[in-house]
Design a protein around this ligand. Structure first.
Ligand code: ARG
Length: 495
């Protein structure tokens, strides 16, 4: 339809190669919104009369009600399909005016931004739901003692609540990034034309307001060809996916027979076509691979953008694919992770047993020696190391099984003046729960602290929830106003 100077049509192969019509389905709704705002503004600057406006709006509403009736085959994109449809239905004299003062270049990026705004809000809601669940599970697991790992080797004693809160913190940061991105997305490029504006007195601020944008992207080159918010959004999504894939990895490891710390609900586990005993955490494994896909998408987007000449180039069309794919992956992964954690069983006894048989309490003992016997920390470190080494030599026995003479031998060798019986007594009194409860440094797994953090993050979550609801309300009001403006216009008769 756009071919005014060409002597031949695009051949079918070329059309298929360059068309974005398949993925453009995602923006048909937004393209209609964008077109409504544009024609309302055109009528205000008298480039359309009332009757023309009403016919256009009425036909757009018909497409909205029956999107399946829109012919898509044979078009380069949804913009061409929609304009052609309007011309066919209401004639060239009216339908042929919708693109006045507008180009697909400002149009497509307006559609992408309105959709991105909705998607961002959706993702924030999903993150809030997940964090809310993590905090609830933290509350339930204040007494679920477990080893904490560094290098995947037992490091210190902690509890499951502390673990879950750590991911609440990370996800809150991930979400915070989305909030700060919102303002950069919520600016309208509409009315920038192909790259250099228009002779018409287009009221760009009016269309921006109608579409619920806070501002316009003023420079017309910037408006039509910048995609940095898409890099940022995909990067923020990558960060969320990295967070989810790390949780997934922990849960996969902990659900293995060797750990047995958690049991994933049957409804989230796959099996084997050959081995009847298998219970596989496939959705969690896919969370890892999907994180990789999103990171790859980010690389694709950045690589498409780098070294593009300023102004629109068709390369920009291909960014939509990895961008929307990342959004879909992120939304479904957040929902999946929430469901999995909600229904998994925490095996407290297995966690406790693993904590008791290891030596993850060693640092606590060394610190106790510093506090009670004023040993230099390095000396205490060496002493506890020697005690652990002795116990490992005794078939990995507990430190509690060391006897006075074994302890005395070590103390004498290291020339440490502590009564062996006292040290044996201290080792015997080791109590994991108390050990955690007496950790005083801020952010440690001490349950008293965890309770405070749970409260703090619950309050914070409420604030985020209010903010996102406000953002959504503003958009919904804009959409509603646009609809009202239309019903107001529709009262006058179509031509
Ligand atoms: N389908 C195109 C896209 O998604 C729309 C813009 C086409 N503009 C152009 N000058 N060819 O980017």
């Amino acid at each position: 339809m756009y071919r005014s100077r060409h002597k031949a049509d695009l051949d079918r192969n070329t059309l298929n190669f360059l068309s974005s019509i398949d993925i453009d389905n995602k923006i048909l709704y937004y393209d209609i919104l964008c077109t409504k705002a544009h024609v309302i503004m055109l009528s205000e600057i008298r480039l359309l009369n009332q009757g023309e406006l009403v016919s256009i709006i009425a036909e757009l509403d018909r497409v909205l009600r029956r999107p399946q009736n829109l012919v898509r085959d044979g078009f380069e994109d949804i913009h061409e399909a929609l304009e052609t449809h309007l011309i066919r239905k209401i004639g060239m004299d009216v339908g042929g005016k919708i693109q006045t003062g507008r180009s697909r270049n400002d149009q497509v990026i307006t559609d992408i931004r309105i959709k991105a705004r909705d998607d961002l809000i959706d993702i924030i809601f999903h993150v809030i739901n997940l964090v809310r669940l993590l905090l609830q599970k933290s509350q339930e697991n204040l007494n679920s003692i477990m080893p904490l790992y560094t290098h995947l080797q037992q490091a210190q004693i902690g509890n499951f609540a502390h673990y879950l809160i750590s991911y609440s913190e990370i996800l809150i940061r991930d979400m915070d990034r989305l909030f700060s991105l919102y303002d950069r997305i919520n600016e309208s490029p509409l009315g920038a034309g192909p790259i250099g504006g228009s002779l018409f007195p287009l009221n760009r601020r009016k269309t921006a307001r109608l579409l619920g944008f806070d501002n316009i992207v003023s420079n017309t080159i910037d408006a039509t060809s910048s995609r940095d918010f898409m890099i940022e959004f995909t990067s923020d999504i990558s960060s969320i996916m990295i967070t989810l894939s790390r949780i997934a990895e922990d849960l996969i490891i902990w659900s293995s027979q060797e750990f047995g710390f958690i049991e994933i609900n049957d409804k989230h586990a796959s099996t084997s076509s050959a081995m009847p005993q298998k219970k596989n955490p496939d959705p969690l494994e896919l969370m890892r691979s999907k994180a990789a896909i999103v990171i790859g998408n980010l690389a694709s987007i950045m690589t498409i953008l780098k070294s593009l000449p300023s102004g629109y180039s068709r390369d920009l069309q291909d960014i939509k694919i990895p961008f929307w794919n990342s959004i879909e992956i992120c939304s479904s992964s957040l929902v999946m992770m929430r469901d999995i954690i909600d229904s998994l069983e925490v095996k407290k006894e297995a966690m406790l047993k693993a904590s008791e048989i290891g030596y993850a309490v060693s640092l606590d003992i060394a610190e106790l020696l510093v506090l009670k016997h004023r040993l230099p920390f390095r000396t205490a470190h060496k002493l506890v190391g020697a005690l652990v080494s002795k116990s490992i030599g005794k078939d990995n026995a507990s430190l509690k099984l060391l006897n006075t003479s074994e302890v005395k031998e070590i103390l004498d060798k290291m020339k440490i003046k502590i009564t062996p019986d006292k040290l044996v007594g201290m080792l015997n009194e080791i109590n994991l729960e108390r050990s955690i409860a007496t950790r005083r440094s801020e952010g440690a797994p001490n349950p008293k602290q965890q309770i405070r953090y749970i409260k703090k993050y619950r309050n914070l979550l409420k604030k985020y929830l209010n903010n996102v609801k406000e953002m959504k309300n503003e958009i919904d009001t804009a959409k509603e106003n646009l609809t009202n403006a239309i019903s107001h216009i529709r009262k006058s008769k179509p031509i």
